[in-house]
Design a protein around this ligand. Structure first.
Ligand code: ATP
Ligand code: MG
Length: 268
């Protein structure tokens, strides 16, 4: 694995002392299909880690292991705190309305008025106040994705695992949701692992971006951004990290098509 540091800051967070999440020599195979190969990773409390990599490389598999929903073939996983997951495919309960889906995230808030306030704030954040009584099948894919996000962000949790949470959104909504996520995390810090195909999104939001190889996936590259969040997508450290990642993926304009095998879908 190679590692790059972007910009000088207050120094890296230490993720090894009492991490929120830790994978130690984790491998996962489905029958003969080796998907993850000897992955070790520690995520510090409050740290934001983004994961990018080819389609089919094992990113969702990795999140499912982190969440405890799936078990590794070998290796160990430890996690601390309350955990929420934003799923790549519909994770909403189809028989509940928008507001009741979001309210699932507020079950731990004992005070009814506080629950209502938070629900309204979330509905307004995602711009779906008018659809509070709609059912998931009555929404577009992007609207459903926004409800998922609201449910995950509502109330208190310590760890957020997000699987391409902005992928179904149009470009402007995506920028807005990214900004809101960064703002909310600033107000209420949490540990985050975000899977995305969007390199700019990864570099704008994360403290660390990990690049997975194609299957069987290993951590091929790590880029650290030692600058405070929230940041603009045009922040020089973000631009430099995007440049570094494009280089790592063989996708700089000056590079040839043959130099970019790692972004080709590896098949599923
Ligand atoms: N439950 C399962 N049983 C068998 N194979 C599986 C299972 N889950 C995932 N796989 C296989 O593991 C590989 C990795 O899948 P995964 O969904 O983790 O990829 P991904 O990196 O999230 O891809 P994408 O970017 O397209 O979402 C694929 O080849 C997939 O077919
Ligand atoms: Mg996936």
């Amino acid at each position: 694995m190679t590692s790059t540091r972007t910009s000088n800051g207050t120094g890296p967070k230490t993720s090894d002392d009492n991490p929120a999440l830790r994978l130690s020599h984790v491998s996962r195979a489905f029958g003969p299909l080796a998907v993850l190969d000897d992955i070790s990773l520690s995520v510090a409390p409050g740290e934001f880690v983004a994961i990018v990599g080819p389609s089919g490389s094992g990113k969702t598999t990795l999140l499912n292991l982190l969440s405890g929903w799936d078990k590794p073939t070998s290796g160990t996983i430890t996690r601390r705190g309350r955990l929420r997951m934003v799923y790549q495919q519909d994770g909403l309960l189809p028989w509940l309305t928008v507001e009741r889906n979001i309210a699932l995230g507020l079950r731990d808030v004992p005070d009814r008025a506080a629950r209502e306030r938070e629900l309204n704030a979330m509905l307004s954040l995602i711009g779906l106040a008018e659809f509070r009584r709609a059912y998931p099948h009555q929404l577009s894919g992007g609207m459903r994705q926004r409800v998922e996000l609201a449910r995950a962000l509502a109330g208190d949790s310590d760890v957020l695992l997000m699987d391409e949470p902005f992928s179904a959104l149009d470009y402007l909504t995506r920028l807005k949701m990214r900004r809101e996520l960064a703002r909310l995390l600033h107000e209420r810090p949490r540990t985050v692992v975000l899977v995305t195909h969007d390199i700019e999104e990864a570099c704008q939001l994360a403290d660390r971006v990990l690049v997975l190889s194609s299957r069987p996936a290993r951590i091929e590259q790590e880029i650290r951004l030692d600058v405070p969040r929230p940041r603009d997508p045009t922040h020089p450290a973000v631009v430099e990290a995007v440049e570094n990642l494009l280089g790592a993926l063989g996708l700089r304009a000056s590079e040839t098509a043959e130099a970019a095998p790692s972004l080709l879908p590896s098949g599923r």
